[in-house]
Design a protein around this ligand. Structure first.
Ligand code: GDP
Ligand code: MG
Length: 373
């Protein structure tokens, strides 16, 4: 606060305004209830009551998006290659889940997984010594929610098309989403093990939607696979790395972490649990963090194979606890230097969110009113 009226200060201190006015009079200040008091006067009164005045931090940047766009507060670090973040899209029953499972099962060794694979909405695999991050949030819904909220998390999308079924409505939807988000597409022609598999037809149909195979003079990679039998998975992953290399994905592991919420929920025992994708920098246990409209300090981190970790670098998915509230998928997160600032930004964002929600409610009520007329 810069200033308060006598009335406001009285309320904050839980005193009668007349009492404050009397005190001010004793200090040689004539005041009325609506009189604005400056910082010094406020401090004087507060000290008199034995109340400590805490210096409030002024926050001018509460839009987390600004932290993504400018690096002004970060020392110029070293940009290094980071793993690609991949989503899998495609028509229902064309094999998205089977492919995700197949990749996970063939690439994450049983020993590593320790028998139980904890589901955190994303996982990493290693192909030819290079990491690839897969988001296994339920396909289109997550993709559109995140995009609608302005979060760009995907570097590349694998479009799964069943060779025995061809292009279907959700295939086209997926293409449109990927194009709108300017995310490169690799086509996985799935179910090649089936008698009725017709990859030529898939290529033909996709060409009509602007995805022209290299063999036909285009620049879209088509990888034939059988997600069920695990055939062609290595080749598909090699293609992912190839496209990633062309995209020159870089990050600075030394800066404070920024990224996006993949999923979050309230856990009975652990409180707010959120899976975060670190997009730049390194996230550490103990970091003061603002996540969407909530904040906290990273209490514990668990990686995609259920191990506790102390840090998570670029493109790493990690589950954290320690937030005051449950954020939403697609929310941005930013790590701050100190907890005070994180708290100030977080609280300011929470207040704004509540106000927006209120005005939203009013509007909805009015709409309802009109509906009834
Ligand atoms: P999603 O809806 O895209 O996630 O599709 P699913 O992964 O659930 O697969 C739908 C059905 O297709 C399941 O019965 C799978 O076993 C089957 N399926 C997936 N991939 C293949 C494949 O490569 N070959 C065969 N024959 N069946 C497959
Ligand atoms: Mg599925």
């Amino acid at each position: 606060f810069e200033s308060l009226t006598v009335g406001e200060l009285a309320k904050k201190l839980g005193r009668e305004p007349s009492e404050i006015i009397k005190k001010l009079f004793m200090l040689g200040v004539m005041a009325t209830i609506n009189q604005e008091l400056d910082k010094d006067a406020i401090e004087l009164i507060c000290t008199d009551y034995g109340v400590e005045v805490e210096e409030e931090i002024r926050i001018d940047k509460t839009d987390l998006e600004t932290y993504f766009e400018s690096d002004e507060e970060q020392p110029a670090g070293e940009l290094k290659e980071r793993p690609p973040v991949v989503t899998i899209m495609g028509h229902v029953d064309h094999g998205k889940t089977t492919l995700l499972d197949s990749i996970r099962n063939t690439k994450v060794t049983a020993g590593e997984a320790g028998g139980i694979t904890q589901h955190i909405g994303a996982y990493q695999v290693v192909e030819n010594g290079k990491k690839i991050t897969f988001l296994d949030t339920p396909g289109h819904a997550a993709f559109t929610t995140m995009r609608a909220r302005g979060a760009k998390v995907t570097d590349l999308t694998i479009l799964v098309v069943a060779a025995d079924d061809g292009v279907m409505p959700q295939t086209v939807e997926a293409i449109n989403h990927a194009k709108a988000a300017e995310v490169p597409i690799i086509v996985a022609v799935n179910k090649m093990d089936k008698e009725a598999a017709n990859p030529d037809r898939v290529m033909q149909e996709l060409t009509e939607h602007g995805l022209v195979p290299e063999a036909w003079g285009g620049d879209t990679i088509f990888a034939p696979i059988s997600a069920l039998k695990g055939d062609g998975i290595d080749n598909l992953l090699d293609m992912v790395l190839l496209v990633a290399e062309v995209a020159e994905l870089k990050a600075d592991a030394k800066r404070k972490a920024i990224g996006t919420v993949i999923e979050a929920q309230l856990d009975k025992g652990r409180g707010s649990v959120a899976t975060l994708l670190v997009q730049d920098g390194t996230l550490n246990v103990g970091d003061p963090i603002v996540v969407g409209n909530t904040f906290g300090r990273v209490r514990a981190m668990v990686n995609d194979i259920g191990r506790r970790v102390k840090e998570a670098g670029p493109s790493t998915p990690v589950e954290i606890t320690g937030l005051n509230d449950v954020p939403q998928a697609g929310d941005r997160f930013v790590v701050f230097e100190d907890e005070k600032t994180a708290r100030a930004v977080g609280e300011s964002r929470a207040t704004t969110a509540i106000q927006e929600q209120r005005s939203e409610k009013t509007r909805v009520t009015l709409d309802n009113l009109f509906d009834q007329m």
